[in-house]
Every structure is written in structure tokens, then in C-alpha cells.
Design a protein around this ligand. Structure first.
Ligand code: URA
Length: 204
């Protein structure tokens, strides 16, 4: 995976510059790559790394990662067996109100499009049995990849979609969403039970 990441990193830097997408804000792109076994049966896809992820160089190690660890523990899914990545592999930042400070910002449609080939290559290499998307951004990315209509997480979370003969996809809410909406915790827990059941059905 190292060669792939290094190759895409340079390509992406150029494309982001050419398309004049904000980060510019004088901060170089801060990359965080996917992490986990490259023969993983399950690939989990988030939106983009945040400040903590940049600091530790791994996806989902901040607050959202804590919530994720908790649910993985509860459902008996081992994090070290998952390959965890993001659609956007650099931190999405804009300048904050104080000089020299930075805040997270939403991803643009153009950025999702630019990042798709990288994600696609990861999936082609790993060939997981199951893809878990966390939130609307990776869900949208998968819809673009499959050339299908755009789905919204509120309408399809916990459903099982067939990607091809050997690959399935279950959209889940982003773990951070329950920080802002407590009622989503229960939904998230229920959806993870469905993931567990799906994985057990594949074991037999
Ligand atoms: N949120 C994401 O979508 N990805 C991370 O890696 C961390 C938080």
C-alpha cells in the first residue's frame, strides 16, 4: 500500500493546487493514510482525518475514534482486523478566527471526485467482503464510484447493498453524529448489531 499512497499523494497535491480548492490558507496538505491489514475482510471508510488523526498519523484516533472503539468492543468486532481509511486523505481545513488557527471545513464535490481513484485502488487491492461507510461523504463517494443515484444516510443506514458478487456495503451513521444528536446513538448501536449478524452469516 505504501507505493500506492506515495504515488497518489503527489498526484493529489498537484490536482488540488490546479483546482484551487481551499486549503490554500498557507497550510500544506496534512495527509493521513488508510490503516490496517491489506487482506482485511472489512473496510471502513470515513470522511477525512481531523487534527488528532494528523497528530497520530492514523484514521479515527480522536473523539469519533473513541465512539467507534466503544461500539466495536460492544459488538465484538476487532478493530485490528479492519482496514480503516477516509475518502479524503488530508485534513480539510480553513483559517480560524484567530490568526494562525485552523478549523475543519466541509468537503467539496470536486474533492470527492479527485479522491475517488485513490479509494478505488485501495478497494481493488484489498477486495473486502464488506464495506462500511461512516456518514454521508463516503456514502456519496461509493454512489459516484458505482454510478448510481445519490443515497442519503437517513434513508438507508443499516441496509445491506450488493456491490458485486463478492462485495457488500452497509451504510452507517458517522460516529461523530451522535455527539450532536444523542438519539443517533441508539440507531448506531442497532445498525452495528446488523453488521455483526451479517459478518456471522459470512463465517459459516
Ligand atoms: N472522522 C473521519 O471521518 N475520519 C477520521 O479519520 C476521523 C474522524
Amino acid at each position: 500500500m505504501n507505493g500506492l499512497n506515495e504515488c497518489f499523494r503527489e498526484k493529489i497535491k498537484l490536482e488540488i493546487e490546479e483546482n484551487r480548492i481551499e486549503p490554500a490558507c498557507n497550510l500544506p496538505l496534512q495527509f493521513v493514510y488508510g490503516n490496517g491489514p491489506t487482506d482485511a475482510k472489512v473496510v471502513m471508510i470515513g470522511e477525512a482525518p481531523g487534527k488528532d488523526e494528523v497528530c497520530f498519523g492514523r484514521p479515527f484516533v480522536g473523539k469519533a475514534g473513541e465512539i467507534l472503539n466503544e461500539i466495536l468492543l460492544k459488538t465484538g468486532i476487532k478493530r485490528e482486523q479492519l482496514y480503516i481509511t477516509n475518502v479524503v486523505k488530508y485534513r480539510l481545513v480553513k483559517e480560524g478566527s484567530r490568526q494562525g488557527s485552523y478549523r475543519n471545513r466541509p468537503v467539496t464535490k470536486k474533492e470527492i471526485e479527485i479522491m475517488l481513484p485513490w479509494l478505488k485502488q485501495e478497494l481493488d487491492l484489498i477486495k473486502p467482503k464488506l464495506i462500511l461507510t461512516l456518514g454521508n461523504v463516503p456514502l456519496r463517494a461509493l454512489c459516484f464510484m458505482q454510478n448510481c443515484g445519490i443515497l442519503e444516510i437517513g434513508a438507508c443506514h443499516g441496509d445491506v447493498f450488493c456491490v458485486n458478487d463478492n462485495m457488500f456495503h452497509i451504510p452507517l451513521y458517522h460516529p461523530a453524529s451522535q455527539i450532536y444528536n444523542r438519539s443517533l446513538k441508539e440507531v448506531f448501536d442497532e445498525d452495528f448489531k446488523k453488521v455483526r449478524i451479517f459478518l456471522e452469516s459470512q463465517e459459516g
